[in-house]
Design a protein around this ligand. Structure first.
Ligand code: 13P
Ligand code: SF4
Length: 304
């Protein structure tokens, strides 16, 4: 604890000296969520990254988040506590398949979940996050949609927007895939009064059991507003920090240890290290940046 306090004091001092801010996703370790200036879901963090006056952004998340922050704010320095923290799903789509479908459908819109590499964004028409995907797909004039990379969020969107032809890709989040319907059913038997909240990255069989489906921030808001006192939570367990802090009198059950190894690579020590040294800067080739930022900018307009 003394060591931790020392790290935090030093981080705060360096933050002032360098005019830096710390952004953190809800899946990172509790101490980083407590330290960060802004904590949120992917959409919120992209908006903060776009609007900040700080010179330096330390992004406690995974590489697609740092890349997005850099593209939206190319003149800022974006530092990643651990440059190897990556989202496996971000790579689970092929440019060749996009080209193939563009040949087949004249009006195709490639809708790219923000959990994707900058390279995939370059070939996409608009980005979405789990909190704005339905709204944005509905707003597009296109009838044919290729949703990449997440099959589960894509299917969820397709169900909400039945008037469009949504073509699915086969990417997935390995952490949400571990959440099984049998486990959720067991939890429901054990806690019959609890409501089930699930992230749309969960498989269809899990989403069918959910009372509420939404992004991390949406689930946190739902739990706070609900009169219910118990919740079965189907997502990465980092959200438990905010859920408990906001609702000390409510109970939250996770059916297992659902940990995103990459998000957990972020630590206080690494935040201090990058602030002190300026190492681990997120960089992208100018050409990639200029092309990949377009679908992100469009998301910020359509998702408003
Ligand atoms: P949201 O916080 O936008 O719901 O995203 C979840 C996620 O998997 C981030 O990697
Ligand atoms: Fe990627 Fe899943 Fe980790 Fe989110 S929780 S960063 S989707 S691997």
């Amino acid at each position: 604890m003394i060591m931790e306090n020392h790290l935090i004091t030093e981080i705060q001092r360096l933050k002032k000296e360098k005019n830096a801010i710390i952004l953190a996703h809800y899946y990172v370790n509790d101490e980083l969520q407590a330290l960060a200036d802004y904590v949120g879901d992917s959409f919120y963090l992209a908006k903060v990254a776009k609007g900040t006056d700080a010179d330096v952004v330390v992004f406690c998340g995974v590489s697609f988040m740092g890349e997005s922050a850099k593209m939206l704010n190319p003149e800022k320095t974006v530092l990643m506590p651990d440059l190897t923290a990556d989202c496996p799903m971000a790579h689970m789509a092929q440019v060749e398949r996009i080209k193939e479908l563009r040949e087949k459908y004249d009006d195709l819109a490639v809708v790219c979940y923000i959990n994707s590499t900058a390279e995939l964004k370059r070939y996409s028409d608009v980005c979405v996050t789990s909190s704005n995907a339905v709204k944005i797909v509905k707003a597009l004039p296109n009838q044919n949609i290729f949703f990449i990379p997440d099959v589960n969020l894509g299917r969820f969107v397709a169900e909400q927007v039945p008037e469009k032809n949504v073509i699915l890709n086969d990417g997935y989040c390995p952490i949400h895939k571990e959440i099984r319907p049998e486990g959720v059913r067991m939890q429901k038997e054990k806690y019959p009064d609890a409501l089930v909240m699930a992230h749309p990255e969960c498989e269809e069989s899990v989403l069918k059991l959910a009372d509420y489906i939404g992004s991390t921030a949406d689930m946190i808001a739902f739990a706070k507003e609900s009169e219910c006192k118990e919740f079965i939570v189907c997502t990465e367990e980092g959200v438990n920090y905010r859920l408990k802090a906001d609702n000390p009198e409510k109970k939250f059950y996770f059916g297992g240890e659902y940990l995103c190894r990459d998000m957990k690579l972020n630590t206080l020590e690494k935040v201090l290290h990058v602030l002190a040294t300026g190492e681990n800067e997120m960089t992208l080739p100018k050409e990639v940046c200029e092309q990949a930022v377009k679908p992100l900018e469009r998301m910020l307009v359509l998702g408003k």
